[in-house]
Ligand binder design. Structure first.
Ligand SMILES: [Zn+2]
Length: 662
């Protein structure tokens, strides 16, 4: 910096000619002298003798008259030189400028911006009035330094406590602001005032002040200490890197100045969201299979994640629960339960869900909604499987007396019905009520529930858990039939079929030996219901009643010399003995009972075989002795059904109960 100071050069009268100033008409020697002084102002009207490049200057001219005399009036003329000695022709002249009432003129209309280093000078001349003679002021030299009026802009990103966090990592939620202190540079001449103006703060995403804008805070004023402060910024829970750029506006003396970019990093606070699907008993059922009707809810516990600073409070806020169909939290939304608050322990609980009768797979998704310190977060998807409530459907085909004849053979003409009992299955949750609704009964014309439908009896209501079908009178010609009961289901139970229940209506018959072929032909022979016995020492005792019986049946052969065999079986589990044919009495009668032919005993005399010459209808009769089983091991169970049938099929069969008496 040039420190040389030129003394103000005294004005010689010869210089007036150099200025090209025309002398006033006042007469020298007869009028009082005036005195012209001037000083150089910068744009802020501060008196300067040296400025930096870029300054704008003008001249303040003061004209004094005689002591005690009037204030000079009239005009002054100012010349501007690009040298420091007011020498040579000026590069500009102001022309006449009228003095104000105090005899001054501050010539802001004749201002120059100095753009190169070196010396310039102003010189003012008073043109005189009717009182005072003209006068020429001194040459006012202006030194222009090569430097500009620089400023220093020092910045700091600070937290709310005033700690400088520039370049550091802060926790999410920290409230920060930027500060910029604008100071005069070392080359600024002493007479230049301190910087004034404003600072514009810009906050960017990313660390290099060129990312997307997060916030702008224009024109924050500088205080007396040169400090400007941005508005505050609450760092986001999601974290990230940010940067501030402070830009000083400049003022009349100082240029605009951009500070260095300041970056800082925000570490995201993390939470853990731990979830459990529970039943009303509080048992965890996440991933489990539960019965239909189980009442479930979801629980989510939200806690600070590892690495979150201790100073950060525990997570607060709410959890939104969504229940989906399917196990992967992307199916149909079944239920939403938004904004369930976390309690003091960080636990949020969803509303309950009663799992449907039909079962299925479901999934819960808990979503923490975040708070001022923590970002939102999804928990893991939790699935549960719901097993449908399946009632137990128990069925029985019964005769008019209520005997269970399911899978049995009954005499043709027996009146049957089906019964279905529908009950809760063991393990069905207590909250699920007993089954209600109706049962549809279907009667088929074969033994496997897939033949001709003979009768339907739909919508029979459950009463005391049991529904009963209409009656069915089995035809005189016999046949094989089956019932199927279909439970219709209700709000808590799925529909369900019962088992197929076959029953055979047989045309064969067990009779007392009082009844011979003609009574069978006439259909007048009553069936013998049972043979009674007693047991002694684990064996069947003598004295069974009756002592003998017939098995009669009607057959139809279709080919010549057809062999028809009568066999016998019982329902024991200990291979109880079969009845023996009495004295070889085994006959096949013609359709009119007009004649007969003997058969051949088979199977140790428990049955017989007949060879029938001509196709047609016949009656077969075999007489059995009940005492044939006396002395054999008592049957298990004690009461047994003995079945007699022909090789032509179950319809030709007959049966009798061996019943243990007193
Ligand atoms: Zn001024």
């Amino acid at each position: 910096m040039i420190i040389h100071r030129l003394r103000q050069v005294g004005f010689g009268s010869a210089l007036a000619g150099c200025l090209g100033i025309v002398a006033s008409p006042a007469v020298a020697g007869s009028t009082p002298a005036s005195s012209t002084t001037s000083m150089i102002h910068n744009a802020a009207h501060t008196v300067v003798t040296s400025v930096n490049v870029g300054a704008t200057v003008h001249n303040l001219v003061i004209v004094a008259g005689a002591p005690g005399g009037p204030v000079p009036t009239g005009e002054v003329d100012i010349a501007w030189f690009v040298n420091g000695q007011c020498s040579g022709p000026p590069v500009a002249s102001s022309g006449p400028l009228a003095l104000d009432p105090t005899g001054q003129f501050d010539a802001t209309t004749f201002a120059f911006t100095v753009n190169s280093a070196g010396f310039n000078s102003f010189q003012a001349q008073y043109l005189g009035d009717f009182t005072y003679a003209p006068s020429v002021g001194p040459c006012e030299t202006l030194e222009v330094d090569a430097e500009t009026n620089d400023v220093g802009v020092v910045t700091h990103v600070k937290d709310a406590g005033g700690t400088d966090v520039t370049g550091t990592t802060v926790t999410a939620g920290t409230v920060v602001h930027d500060e910029a202190t604008v100071t005069r540079g070392p080359n600024t001449p002493a007479e230049v005032p301190d910087p004034t103006g404003t600072v514009t703060f810009t906050l960017f995403q990313g660390g290099s002040c060129n990312g997307s804008l997060v916030a702008t805070d224009p024109n924050a004023p500088i205080n007396a200490a040169g400090l400007a402060t941005s508005v505050s910024f609450t760092t986001p829970t999601a974290g990230g890197t940010f940067s501030y750029l402070a830009n000083y506006s400049g003022d009349a003396n100082y240029p605009q100045h951009e500070a260095d970019c300041e970056s800082f990093t925000v570490a995201a606070n993390t939470v853990t969201v731990v979830t459990h699907v529970r039943d009303t008993g509080g048992n965890e059922i996440t991933g489990a299979t539960v019965p239909a009707g189980t009442v479930t809810h979801d629980e989510a516990t939200v806690a600070k994640g590892a690495g979150t600073p201790a100073a950060v409070p525990n997570p607060t806020g709410t959890v939104s629960f969504t229940l989906f169909g399917g196990g992967t939290c992307n199916g149909t939304v079944i239920e939403t339960d938004p904004n369930e608050p976390l309690n003091a322990a960080g636990l949020a609980t969803s509303v309950t869900f009663t799992t449907p009768t039909a079962g299925g797979t479901f999934s819960y998704l808990a979503h923490y909604n975040g708070d001022a310190n923590f970002p939102q977060r999804d928990a893991d998807c939790e699935s549960i499987t719901v097993a449908a409530n399946i009632a137990t459907v128990t069925t029985h085909v019964r005769d008019a007396a209520g005997n269970d004849v399911t899978g049995e053979a009954v005499n043709a003409g027996t009146v049957l019905h089906d019964e279905a009992s529908v009950a809760r299955t063991a393990g069905t949750p207590a909250v699920v009520p007993d089954p209600t609704g109706t049962v549809d009964f279907t009667l088929y014309g074969n033994g496997t529930c897939d033949g001709t439908v003979i009768a339907t009896d739909p919508g029979k209501p459950l009463s005391g858990g049991t529904a009963t079908s209409a009656n069915f009178t089995t035809p005189a010609t016999g046949g094989v039939f089956s019932y199927r009961a279909h439970y219709s289901g209700d709000a808590h139970y799925v529909p369900q079929d019962g088992a197929c229940e076959p029953v055979t209506a047989q045309i064969g018959k067990i009779t007392l030996t009082d009844f011979e072929c003609p009574s069978i032909l006439a259909g007048t022979a009553p069936a013998l219901g049972q043979v009674t016995y007693s047991a002694v020492g684990g064996k069947i005792a003598q004295g069974l009643s009756p002592g003998a019986f017939y098995y009669w049946t009607k057959i139809t052969t279709t080919v010549p010399n057809q062999v028809v065999t009568v066999t016998q079986s019982n329902t024991s589990v200990n291979n109880a003995a079969l009845f023996g044919v009495l004295q070889g009495w085994d006959r096949v009668y013609t359709s009119t009972c007009g004649s007969w032919k003997a058969g051949t005993l088979i199977a140790n005399g428990s049955g017989a075989s007949f060879t029938i010459g001509a196709p047609g209808t016949y009656f077969v009769g075999i007489k059995y002795a009940t005492k044939s089983i006396a002395g054999t091991v008592a049957p298990v169970p004690a009461n047994l059904t003995y079945r007699f049938t022909t090789s032509l099929g179950g319809v030709t069969g007959g049966s009798v109960l061996l019943k243990k008496g007193n």
